[in-house]
Structure formats: structure tokens, C-alpha cells
Design a protein around this ligand. Structure first.
Ligand SMILES: Cc1cc2nc3c(=O)[nH]c(=O)nc-3n(C[C@H](O)[C@H](O)[C@H](O)COP(=O)(O)OP(=O)(O)OC[C@H]3O[C@@H](n4cnc5c(N)ncnc54)[C@H](O)[C@@H]3O)c2cc1C
Length: 248
């Protein structure tokens, strides 16, 4: 995956939860009388159990005598409105994220997720490994905010500085490696806008709260862009939940 043009990140879907096929077969066999009577549609039942949203509803109905009810949009909406969050911990989603070493620590703070990140200790950083960021002016009233009204001259100056510092630091990094300095030591010379790649796995519940928090004001713009790309993927994977959250 590459970062296109002036974009500052890339996000793509790696996986979501898959229902064990033998479980579906067993449930279908257990309900065969009702399927044969025409009470339950086998096709709908399989579709229900095979989708993440259906699976979460099936599990949520553990205490219900009606667990095989394939209609689930109302239930999921009810669970969201009632903050019955544990239902949404039954399925996971993993995303691949490309960002910089400056933004990655903010993402890694989300303690309910599991991560794997590219380690600069074992593999060399590539020469094209930076993101050139467009700067914003510091908001003097709200320190969590920055404003996009800098002059083109200041923006250009800052972008050129990033490139110059990268060229110098990357050259030094390569020289350090050629001198036999370990990658884990050599990397100390690299700036915060060095690219990193990570895998982020969390429950649907965690993604709901991460996306809500990180796509709103108070989060650094570059992180908001990551959260909004994650949201686009989430909406496609979990359409009913997204509708209940008013994300669609
Ligand atoms: C604007 C901003 C400024 C920050 N500044 C700093 C700073 O200066 N220094 C610093 O060290 N850290 C800072 N942080 C990081 C912050 O303190 C948290 O560490 C970070 O947001 C991760 O949140 P979390 O621990 O809730 O993890 P998560 O993994 O996101 O959430 C933990 C669990 O809580 C659940 N959850 C979260 N929200 C809800 C909800 N509304 N309802 C129900 N369940 C919920 C999730 O589903 C998950 O199961 C900042 C964060 C923000 C957004």
C-alpha cells in the first residue's frame, strides 16, 4: 500500500471476524425440523450467521428463546441506544494503517486494541520513507487546535525544511548503517515524520469509540484523517450499526 500524492496516511481493511463453518452446519441441523416446516429460511439463517452483524445479534440473544430470529437490525440499534456495549465486543476488525512516527503514538494509546508495528530495529527505513506535512498556525486560545490560515510562503518554507532535514538525516542514517551501527541505534537520527506501518485490531465496540473520538474536534487533523478513513471502512463492513450511529 502506498500513500498517494499529498495524502498523509493510508488505511485498508485486513480482516473481520469469520464464523466457524461447522458451527453454522450444526445450527442448521439442530433447526432442521423448523426449516422443513417453513418456519425458518435456511438461506436467511446461513446469511445471518455468516455476517458479523448477524453473529453479534445471535450471540446477544444467548438468553432469548428466539436466538435463530434472523431479523437483527432493531436489536443492534436497541443495544447501541441502551449502551449495551458488550455485544459489540464479540466481533473484531483489523486495519492496516500507514502514518508517521509522530502520529503513531496517539493511535497506540488506545489500550483496548492490539497492534503490530514496523520495527526500525530489524528492517532498514526506505529512502522514500517520509510524509511531508502541511503546517497550520497554532490556535492561541485552544492549545488542542490549529488553524489552516498560514501564508503560502510559510507553508512552503516548512515543507522544504522537512525535505531538507529528511535528506540530511536519511543520509546520516545510511552512513551510520554502513559504519556498522545497529539499526536500532541508527534510527535515533530519523525525524518524527518518518513513515511507519501498523496493524490495529480491535472489537467493533472499540472501533465505534475510537472513530467517534478521533474523527472529532480536539484530535489532531492528521489523526482525524486516519479515523475518517477507518470510518469509511467500518460503514461498509457494519452498515446496520453505522445507521444506528447516524454514520450513514
Ligand atoms: C483530545 C485528546 C487529548 C489527549 N491528550 C493526551 C495527553 O496529553 N497525554 C496523554 O498521555 N494522552 C492523551 N490523550 C490520550 C487519552 O488519554 C487516551 O489514552 C486515549 O484517548 C485512549 O483512550 P482509551 O484508553 O479510552 O482507549 P480505547 O482503547 O479507545 O478505549 C478503551 C475502552 O473504553 C471503551 N470506551 C471508550 N469510550 C467509550 C464510551 N464513550 N462509552 C463506552 N465505552 C467507551 C472502548 O470501547 C474500549 O473498550 C488524549 C486524547 C485525546 C482524544
Amino acid at each position: 500500500m502506498r500513500i498517494e500524492n499529498l495524502d498523509t496516511c493510508a488505511v485498508r481493511l485486513v480482516s473481520t471476524t469469520k464464523t466457524e463453518p461447522s458451527l453454522i452446519k450444526e445450527i442448521v441441523a439442530e433447526l432442521s425440523d423448523r426449516i422443513n416446516n417453513g418456519d425458518i429460511s435456511e438461506e436467511e439463517l446461513i446469511k445471518y450467521l455468516n455476517s458479523d452483524e448477524g453473529l453479534m445479534a445471535y450471540i446477544a440473544r444467548v438468553s432469548s428463546p428466539n436466538q435463530e430470529n434472523t431479523k437483527h437490525s432493531g436489536l443492534l440499534k436497541y443495544c447501541i441506544n441502551q449502551s449495551h456495549w458488550s455485544v459489540f465486543q464479540m466481533c473484531d476488525m483489523t486495519l492496516e494503517i500507514i502514518t508517521s512516527r509522530g502520529i503513531a503514538p496517539q493511535i497506540l494509546r488506545h489500550s483496548s486494541f492490539s497492534f503490530q508495528e514496523f520495527s526500525q530495529r530489524y528492517a532498514e527505513v526506505p529512502s522514500e520513507g517520509i510524509i511531508i506535512y502541511i503546517p497550520r498556525r497554532q490556535d492561541i486560545k485552544n492549545r488542542q487546535n490549529s488553524i489552516n490560515d498560514l501564508s503560502e510562503e510559510d507553508k512552503l518554507w516548512f515543507q522544504q525544511q522537512q525535505q531538507e532535514i529528511w535528506d540530511k538525516s536519511f543520509k546520516t542514517y545510511k552512513e551510520a548503517i554502513n559504519r556498522g551501527i545497529a539499526k536500532e541505534s541508527a534510527r535515533f537520527i530519523l525525524p518524527l515524520n518518518t513513515i511507519t506501518r501498523m496493524y490495529m485490531k480491535g472489537s467493533v465496540r472499540s472501533w465505534i469509540h475510537y472513530i467517534n473520538l478521533r474523527s472529532s474536534n480536539g484530535t489532531q487533523l492528521e489523526h482525524q484523517v486516519i479515523a475518517s478513513k477507518a470510518k469509511t471502512i467500518f460503514v461498509k463492513q457494519f452498515p446496520t450499526i453505522s445507521e444506528a450511529l447516524l454514520w450513514k
